[in-house]
Design a protein around this ligand. Sequence first.
Ligand code: LLP
Length: 390
Amino acid sequence: MGTPAYVYDLDGLSAGARALEASFGAAPHLTAYAVKANTAGTIVRALAAAGTGADVVSGGELEVALGAGIAPRDIVMSGVGKTDAELDQAIGSDIYAVQVESVEELERLAARARAAGKRARLGLRVKPGVMIDSHAHVATGHDAAKFGIARSELGMAWERVDAHPELLGVGVSAHVGSMLRDVDPYLAAARVVLDVVKTRLASGRSLEYVDFGGGYGIDYGGAPAPAPPAFVTQALALLRAEGLDALRFVIEPGRSLVGPYGVLVARIVQTKQSEGRRWTMIDAGMNDLVRPALYGAKHRVELLHAAPAEPEWRVVGPVCESSDDFGAHPLGPAPSGLVAIRDAGAYGFVLASEYNGRALAAEVFVSGGAVTHVSASPGRSAWVKRRLEA
Ligand code: LLP
């Protein structure tokens, strides 16, 4: 097999998605898979077959979701900077809801709906004012975040919704951030959303859905996280306690549906020992998996050809940056062979680049113990050609 390559376990991710779907019982719901976590058509189709819809944040992701066969009524669109063209696309596709993140966006949505001669369905994304214990780059629900509408401005936002006959306000959403290792911040945001919902309903208007976002963490080998169904069952209990369980309950999980079911396979290029330091150089780098460089993330790295052995060696990629470093792992003195970088199914390939003249990795999809599909690397010559033509 050519390396580096992402390898995905389709059976594992389908089983995970089915377990999450089952946790809703008979409750009306939508698992809007956050497509940004992994946009591979094979994966989006496998999750859709297990019952999920999609949360998209760009025109490109909307095309992937629709192209993978997801019904428009199972698609929501998030994002703080949707362009007019993207709003037109969302309106034209009749998606379930555009989740509006500012009053300014709301006005633009109304203008685009008017131009299209249609009524746009929208949800208001609330800024819940909840800080989470995660990397600052992925905390999105606190007051200084660019995301969502401040609670103090919601009254005005609803007034603007009601002032436009081209708009239909159907829901309220929030998303506190990513890599939650605890259900509490999720429930704290859910309570804020439900307060907003109750105020809206008390004004005599109706709503169709509530959306508490995604962000369920996974275990990268250090700290465990609650399984995704734990978030759903506790949020459902809250909805029931508030008598709001007739609303469609929307969630937006990304990482937890795909992260554990992908590995990045790389080849050891060489080892290097100097002044008591030990490095294992591999042919995957930060251009293939940027999470360690961007968030200080640590993914487990394991030898594929033998049991892991002490002592620890620092696993590094070939890119000319010191942040191209996957951390110390018990590989022993292995100068050749393959390694697997685990839990790379989410925010792996989608964040990859061609930095340092390195082609994007291949993607390999496995089901029933066999490779069912391969998306080949575009290869080095394609990169060289494009750069020479630029
Ligand atoms: N909904 C919204 C509005 C989001 O912004 C996100 C993720 C999700 C749902 C899905 O969150 P998840 O369930 O995957 O945690 N690249 C980072 C993560 C960025 C998350 C961006 N937004 C990482 O590799 O850790």
